[in-house]
Design a protein around this ligand. Sequence first.
Ligand code: SAH
Length: 224
Amino acid sequence: MTAAPTPSPTRMRDALLDELVREGVLDAPARAAMEAVPREIFVDPLFAARAWEDSPLPIPGGQTISAPSVVALMTTALAPTRRCKILEVGAGSGYQTAVLARLARRVYAVERRADLARLAEDRFAALGIGNVSLRHADGALGWPEQAPFDRILVAAAAEDPPPALLSQLRIGGVMVLPVGQTSGMQELIKVEKSEFGYHYTELKLVRFVPLLGGVVRAEEADRL
Ligand code: SAH
């Protein structure tokens, strides 16, 4: 008896993306962007064969690369266009950043862990991604020098939307982020800003790592 052949990453990718389109969580532009970014490069080599399973996977520092279905939903809800300037908080592996970079003019990404920021920068360079600026800093404070942003995506959970991020969102802009208790499930929400205030839409129950204050420097990264 011969074992069933392992499906190729490309076939696994296409099957999963087709499924997410059928479920209505992935639109055509976001699908094209996810198809174009090799997710296997953003996961630990040990997990490369599982890159297109729909599950989060561990990355250094006890963090996780979000599941493809969550990247699909967040990217689709954010609905970036070619003209958009995006702020991303919690770049982590850099996979979501690379997906956004294919859809927008420029992505300003912030990551508090130096080890992850470095790995993500190396991947952007290897893939020839030139429209991402990555900063090693506390992203809850946003990126004031570059504000306002047309879109903001946050990949770590806070109890409430951070005030600095709300104020750095352009009128007419959209922010997608998980909010709620960091110990349990959180609600992924979409915030639309108008001249009259904010409109909130609940998208899905999710589980993200917490949005933490301060930064982790390279020399501390092994311990924290
Ligand atoms: N989209 C990323 C998610 C990584 S997990 C991916 O799929 O790889 C969330 C990331 O947010 C972690 O890397 C964590 O270090 C980072 N993070 C948490 N709090 C932060 C903060 N205040 N500022 C910037 N990054 C933060």
